[in-house]
Write a protein that binds this ligand. Sequence first.
Ligand code: BDP
Length: 706
Amino acid sequence: MKIKVSILLYCLLSVLQLKADDGSRLWLRFRPQEVSEIPSFSSLKGSETSMAMMEFQRAWNEMTGSFLPGTNKFKNNTLLIGTINDRTIRRLHLDSELLEAGPEGYIIRSVRQGKINMTVVASADERGLLYGVFHLLRMIQTGRLTSNLDMTEKPRFDIRILNHWDNLNGTVERGYAGHSIWRWDELPRTISPRYREYARANASIGINATVLNNVNATPDILTREYLEKVRVIADQLRPYHIKVYLSINFSSPAELGRLENSDPLNAAVQQWWRTKVNEIYRLIPDFGGFLVKANSEGLPGPQDYGRTHAEGANMLADALKPHGGIVMWRAFVYNPTEEDRAKQAYSEFVPLDGQFRDNVIIQVKNGPVDFQPREPFSPLFGAVKKTAVMPELQITQEYLGFSNHLVYLGTQWKEFLGSNTHCSGDNFTVAGTTDGSIYPHPVSAIAGVANIGEDTNWCGHHFAQANWYAFGRLAWDHTLPAEEIADEWIRATFTHDNSFVEPVKQLMLGSWETAVDYMMPLGLHHIFAWDHHYGPEPWCNIPGARADWLPPYYHNANEVGIGFDRTVNGSNAVSQYCSPVKEKYNHIETCPEELLLWFHHVPWDHTMKNGRTLWDELCYRYDGGVQQVRTFQKVWDQMESYVDNERFLHVQSRLRIQSRDAVWWKDACLLYFQTFSGRPIPYDIERPVHELEELQKIKLDLKHHN
Ligand code: BDP
């Protein structure tokens, strides 16, 4: 009877536990029922004050209700956590391996001393030790801890940085998870506990840097008042080894310093920056540097004074150099000229290669246009050789359904990072040309535009957390398969029960292609609604607006066909790629169908590889996307018993929105493009449920998202 009561109580408790999860703990969940198996560590040896040790004990406490006892005498199953400076670690003769792994690298190894088996986490530096401990914890969560561990890890990119597009008034540009986590109005006095939690979450996936404010920066961020606030945030993030960077406005000398201009060749301007940078480093000695959006989308820059991007970047680089700071200079530039927008960044930056200081990195978005659901890689990757280039990914889902749609981006980023540029050699992937392995530079980096806000679950959609996670994991090691990352994340975030893990993983892995299919299949791009970018508006035509901000510029639908001719007969954007990529994209027969309408204007009756006409294939792709989201709903509903109620219902309701939105996209695009193709929608696919005129009237008021 007693046993029965306790079993009942246990079941009740687990149900209650299942019910109570708001997602705020992200993937850092270590309660006994949340980890795969609690390891049989008997004691712990290491420096108690290190952050690595504290994190281990915090997790152990969550797992077992107590702390792992410290020891001076080794017992079987002792866990050793220490740096090269620890006597016990030194006795293991790992020095050369640890130095080789570098300050952020680490070793996790099972060692045997006499009759005693131990697990060792060791590093050359506290930073690596912390990453090593988080790796150990991940193995515990996901059931990968074994008794014959032998791994050495070090990050592929030196700087793994989040870009917050957060404004000083608390709004977040393209943010869909509530207000900014930086509470500028309360700082520096009030310190939100979220700052530490944010740093911890980032450190747990290897992120080591963050830009606090929007690339569309106001000069105010450099006032003393704001720098005092930045200092407090930096102090909060430092224990987790996260360095702070700031976006700056190029006109700051004129606007804040009241100088006559902000010309980078003006000695007074150069002096202003030097003084400002010195002030910053007095407050924040380990400050990382500046991120700069200049002469882009109306922002000021060196070209306002007839100077080049290199002259602008170098002026800032010179001011930062004595302190070890760097400049991340964005290549996201385009103007309403005759030149195809997709070509402009390359035309601007390739001729400047070699003119930048060695503490400047050019930050390039993954695609040549702008974070579209699918783009080919930007031709700047591989082409710029003498200057360091860093990829910029968008974690926040500006063009992928905000925080309403479930879209796992690990697959998109893998496609991009693995793209072969063929510049200078056969195996010159985007990842290889940026991580320092092919073109060595003093520093390598990768950035992700953050999807983090004040929402309890941090990212709006519970599954959007997976994209934050995947960014960190890929920045650490871009060779990790998207599938493995999804697997880890699901086990850590939800449960390690395979009946949940497998179907949910498949759903995640297919979710990006699904979104591409119901939004912009076959290389279509930039056909979303004006301004807020949510929902379809392929017809959008705002009188007086720049052509390259309007969808018809990109899809060019007419009676003949659809797509942007970027071949040698069209805008010739293909010429910016190295051979044989150039030829592959140029010929309609060899151009991957996923990018067909990106590079070609294709007749409606063009025969696709599967024998369908282009028009029919377009219809089947849109419909396929819709059907896939319906499948996601079915899969998710079957997962009810594995997930706490709160998260289950939340995801369920978002999938309903996604399903309705997918139909909206499909109907809008097919009914609109049908006005050009004049062909019927194949009769075996679902019929439209909207009228085109009705869809064209939709005007969402989503201004607050900008
Ligand atoms: C676009 C966004 C805009 C950003 C810009 C950028 O719509 O809000 O300011 O990119 O990256 O995608 O600078």
